[in-house]
Design a protein around this ligand. Structure first.
Ligand SMILES: Nc1ncnc2c1ncn2[C@@H]1O[C@H](COP(=O)(O)OP(=O)(O)O)[C@@H](O)[C@H]1O
Ligand SMILES: [Mg+2]
Length: 241
């Protein structure tokens, strides 16, 4: 099992932000956590990637607990955060080599790894472009390439297409499509079409709670509705808890 959550919760003072998440994600699965702003998606990703300590409950990644073995978990995962973590004044190539070096590659290995990622993500033409001058879509692509350079077994993508135009989104979807089956992907989004077209399974999150879980088809037949949008709207009405 790639991810195993048991009653995972996070509170700030009295406010419960992630509320008893219980969930299993298999290795190689492409999982989408779908929810509106404030649903608790980023908080969940941060707990699973050892950046935030859960208030209660348990999260186990590839057999290791995020609270008791964060150093082991961190070696097996990587994150492309909602606010991308690229260095604006470094070029595409330098950003990739920099991350590779952080993960222990020597100079020559880093050069090779960066080249491989630039090929895979069609970034070679932009190798010498400073990251800050890239468009949003290309910055995202770089951010994902940087997250993959450590060869993680589980990749977290927090709102990867937020703010991108239609074409950039579609291009990024094509890139993400290619990751399917190669790495366990946990993607958060508030775009219904994104979850439906990319994910093997979807978890719908609302006010910190997992409201529904399944493939798009399973959700449709369970809810007796034929669009994910209708399902989403009915599960996330004000007052629904
Ligand atoms: N450090 C914090 N202190 C207090 N409240 C927080 C903190 N971080 C997030 N929250 C609140 O937790 C809720 C969930 O936030 P978040 O996980 O960022 O949601 P999402 O990523 O789904 O938009 C929001 O209501 C947000 O205001
Ligand atoms: Mg978020």
């Amino acid at each position: 099992m790639a991810v195993l959550l048991k009653n995972l919760s996070k509170s700030y003072k009295e406010k419960v932000v992630v509320d008893q998440l219980t969930l299993e994600i298999k290795q190689g699965e492409f999982f989408a956590l779908l929810g509106s702003n404030g649903a608790g998606k980023t908080t969940t990703i941060k707990m699973l990637s050892c950046l935030l300590t859960p208030t209660s409950g348990e999260a186990v990644l590839l057999g290791d607990n995020v609270v008791t073995s964060p150093h082991i978990v961190k070696q097996k995962i990587n994150v492309s955060p909602q606010e991308t973590a690229i260095a604006p004044n470094l070029t595409v190539k330098e950003n990739l080599e920099f991350v590779a070096r952080i993960y222990g590659a020597n100079k020559e290995q880093a050069r090779q790894l960066a080249k491989n990622m630039m090929e895979q993500f069609r970034l070679l033409d932009k190798a010498k472009t400073k990251a800050k001058t890239l468009s949003g879509g290309w910055q995202r692509r770089l951010s994902i390439a940087m997250a993959l350079i450590s060869n993680p077994k589980v990749l977290f993508l927090d709102e990867p297409t937020l703010g991108l135009d239609v074409r950039a989104r579609r291009e990024l979807w094509n890139i993400l499509e290619q990751l399917k089956g190669k790495v366990t992907v946990i993607l958060t989004t508030h775009y219904l079409d994104e979850a439906e077209s990319l994910a093997d399974r979807i978890g719908i999150m609302h006010q910190g709670k997992l409201q529904a879980l399944g493939t798009a088809n399973e959700l449709k037949s369970e809810m007796e509705m034929d669009s994910l949008e209708d399902i989403f709207l009915s599960l996330t009405e004000e007052g629904v808890k």
